[in-house]
Design a protein around this ligand. Sequence first.
Ligand SMILES: CC(C)(COP(=O)(O)OP(=O)(O)OC[C@H]1O[C@@H](n2cnc3c(N)ncnc32)[C@H](O)[C@@H]1OP(=O)(O)O)[C@@H](O)C(=O)NCCC(=O)NCCS
Length: 463
Amino acid sequence: MKKRSITKLINEAAKKSKVGKYNKEDTSHKRKIDWPVDCNIGPGLEGAIACETKIGYINGSRGQMIYRGYDIFDLAANSTYEEVSYLLLYGNMPTIKQLEIYKNKMIKYRTIPNTLRNLLGFPIEDMHPMAALRLGTNLMRHRLTWRDSDSAKPDFTEAIASDEDSIPMETQPYGEKHAKYEFKKQKTGRPADANKITDDAISRDTCIRLTSGLATLAAAIARIREDKLPIDPDPELSHAANFIYMMTGKKPNKEEERVMDVCLILHADHGMNASTFASLVVASTLSDIYLSIGAGIAALSGPLHGGANEAVIKTLETIGPVENVDAWFAKTRSKKTKIPGFGHRVYKAYDPRALILAPLAKQLTADTHEEGSVFDTANRLEELVVSTLGKEKGIFPNVDFYSGLVYRGLGIPDAMFTPIFAVSRVAGWTARIDEYLQNNRIFRPRAAYTGDFGNKYVPIKKR
Ligand SMILES: CC(C)(COP(=O)(O)OP(=O)(O)OC[C@H]1O[C@@H](n2cnc3c(N)ncnc32)[C@H](O)[C@@H]1OP(=O)(O)O)[C@@H](O)C(=O)NCCC(=O)NCCS
């Protein structure tokens, strides 16, 4: 198959989407929100408005997805993960100078030797990579904080990473018989107002550290699972290229790098989804950001959320060749089983990310017989679901339907699909935590009690 430029494929996908022109003049949504607000709330907090945000927006009926006012098709076609993660965190596109500073910080924070050394002490090869990633993220927060001491007072600036903390140094550079270690204290540049909940210099750097470091963690986990040692990042490579390189040991070609970059852009943020909400809930208690991101990773790991991309591949392999799809679909429909990779709480139209990923998956898998045949099966399944459930219930492919095939095309093992989602989404989680903590209020919804009243305690022997 003749290779086409990734940007061209994305621009064609944009034409297929229903996204119309945005009206920049329309500022009606920018009004000050007068809390408390009225909204219709369904189970699972469907429809509930939890907070205000300027970070991202989704319109489920039009298939629109926006980061800070920029349409996702525009960003996927033209931007990079470095720019997009900066945009989410700081609210504007960086200048050349700002991007350079940001990239340099990402290079610095991509190296996390202490965290990796600690991680190697755990049975990573026996854990699901999402469990390992959550563990590793928590290990990035290494220094004891106020939570670890009964007498200490909260100090929110303490949430710093092990790799920036005091590092045990051998006193003799060439080693001595009984090595002595001393702790060198590094200056953390703590601001005068240390009790302020979020300080730009500290918390935003922590956000960048997590955004950059999670890729190194995930890549190391992929390698440890294959009995290989982690690979150091290459400061000359982009975030996307580094991620592939640290995972596979091979420097990607331009197309592979670009595809990974697009995937990272597409997954970086997505409204008040379950994992974003989970990380915000933890952050709202003023727990530190490493634990909050750990909560986001835990929520993302489930098959109804980020875990769906792995389930999609398993389903496609169970179906087998394209000739089997119609019969499989008829049987599944009669049992009313949910098909992984379809449906969305918000989108009742095509998920724009699926529109972008489908042609990328096709291009990447075209040359291999095995993956190409899985793509054909996926394509036929999409046709059947869209022509039936799409019309009846607004069920369309979501982001997870084609992402696994794209990752397969990049030679990435299936178990790493959901961690890749986290490696990208950490930008959205951290940006939203940073935003939320500016006006923090601890989350505390209610449950409608439908149980008994007035029961009397009966001793166990008489029950
Ligand atoms: C994403 C998801 C959890 C959204 O759930 P939700 O908003 O609560 O939607 P519901 O589960 O209430 O589904 C509404 C209807 O659509 C049907 N439906 C939803 N997703 C479906 C799917 N993937 N396949 C077949 N039918 C589906 C439901 O059976 C239900 O039908 P009913 O009205 O006859 O009962 C759900 O679509 C799903 O489980 N999808 C598969 C997992 C997946 O791909 N997750 C990744 C999301 S990015």
